[in-house]
Design a protein around this ligand. Structure first.
Ligand SMILES: Nc1ncnc2c1ncn2[C@@H]1O[C@H](COP(=O)(O)OP(=O)(O)OP(=O)(O)O)[C@@H](O)[C@H]1O
Ligand SMILES: [Mg+2]
Length: 384
């Protein structure tokens, strides 16, 4: 693996121009890097703050080649790029993380196979290519369970619950069964959801953020608090599991590993994302080095920063159906009147239901107090 170091002044290419790319670009520019984004929209959140943007669909191979030619190193805020096309780019520019990592992250079966291979527990699962596969899988795994597309799902999209066998046909059709690969997963009755975010440098050094605790609504992350309110032994095991995954895939960059914590405190890996993650946004205010800076440091081969938590924190998302595109003066002033609350807006021109428009972070003496402060700030913001 290349150990090349990229110093400030170098150009970091970012595939994808959403809010993750935006926050990466802001941190990269603060450190003196140049940042070139590839996105389909000229006014994409990241394009607004980058040095430049190549405007083309994310799967446009020629545009990706241009990004590679004009960058010193390329990274991703979007993990669904065509892996064969990426492998060809490696002749032009270093890709960090590498295509092999994206290949696993974009495929729920490979993700779970990888976890199992290194002894990390997951929900029971079966590959589903046909109706017969699905019927057999429901026989074996039982209901409730959840059918998902193997590729391309995010924010709970591409999923259908199977509560009884009567749901089989509808779920299969809804997700395009037969045409696209599906996976049936056992439904986990979890006590909590957590994520482990760690960074791994080209030389193998790993640094892990405190475990965060996540609440999803309708498949979309609603809030995160850190540190997670779990026993120390569970946090230690979660951290070990996240780091083992990062090592197994020879990650360079940042990895978020989402996990379920069962009623008995057992841990199961849900999915991974080899990039900054929504559940790590709190690190911007609450840690000495944000997840975005840490990702850049890893990708550029610089020493990693300390991921220590300076103060308990909570992050709460602002969705399109909640905030629209414009916030009133009363709402903004009311939200920011809360002590230690920070407002992030991503500059999106259109507010669709469930679309992530921004977030609020609050710091306090305990995770619970931080969550209360973040909720109060959001209430004030929405009251207008
Ligand atoms: N097997 C399961 N058992 C219980 N809950 C589940 C299961 N799979 C998914 N969920 C719930 O749905 C949420 C979203 O699912 P998942 O993380 O698989 O999908 P996603 O759409 O890729 O989400 P993300 O926005 O994190 O990319 C989970 O965080 C969890 O709350
Ligand atoms: Mg998820």
């Amino acid at each position: 693996m290349s150990r090349a170091v990229f110093l400030p002044g170098a150009t970091i290419g970012v595939l994808g121009g959403g809010q993750l790319g935006r926050m990466l670009a802001l941190e990269a520019r603060r450190m003196g890097y140049r940042c070139l984004v590839l996105d389909a929209a000229a006014d994409a959140p990241a394009a607004q703050v980058a040095d430049g943007c190549i405007v083309a669909p994310l799967d446009d191979v020629e545009a990706a080649r241009e990004l590679a030619r004009r960058s010193d190193v390329v990274t991703f805020e979007w993990e669904n790029a065509d892996v064969d096309a990426l492998r060809k780019l490696e002749d032009i520019v270093p890709l960090r993380p590498g295509p092999g990592v994206l290949e696993i992250a974009q495929h729920r079966l490979l993700e779970k196979d990888t976890a199992r291979k290194i002894g990390l527990p997951t929900a029971e699962y079966r590959a589903v290519r046909s109706r017969e596969d699905l019927r057999r899988a429901v026989d074996e795994i039982g209901a409730p369970s959840v059918l998902k597309t193997v590729r391309g799902g995010y924010d709970g999209r591409g999923q259908a619950r199977i509560r009884t066998r009567a749901d089989i046909e509808g779920a299969f059709r809804e997700l395009g069964g037969g045409e696209v690969e599906l996976i049936l997963e056992e439904w986990i009755r979890f006590r909590l959801e957590i994520s482990v975010i760690c960074a791994r440098a080209p030389g193998g050094e790993i640094r892990t953020y405190p475990i965060s605790e996540n609440v999803h609504r309708a498949g979309i992350l609603e809030s995160t608090v850190a540190p997670a309110r779990i026993p120390d032994a569970v946090a230690t095991e979660a951290r070990r599991m996240g780091e083992a995954f990062a090592e197994e895939i020879e990650l360079v960059g940042l990895l978020a590993v989402e996990m379920f914590v069962g009623e008995d405190d057992s841990l199961r890996v849900n999915e991974i994302a080899p990039r900054p993650h929504n559940s790590g946004h709190y690190t911007w205010e609450a840690c000495s080095v944000s997840q975005f800076e840490q990702h850049i440091r890893a990708v550029c081969g610089l020493p990693l920063g300390a991921p220590e938590l300076l103060r308990p924190a909570a992050m709460i998302n602002l969705l399109g159906d909640e905030v629209g595109t414009g916030l009133g003066r009363g709402g903004v002033v009311g939200a920011l009147r809360q002590p230690s609350v920070a407002l992030h807006l991503y500059g999106k021109g259109e507010a669709r239901p469930g679309r992530k428009m921004g977030h609020l972070t609050a710091l306090a003496d305990t995770p619970g107090a931080a969550l209360e402060a973040a909720r109060a700030a959001k209430d004030a913001l929405l009251r207008g």
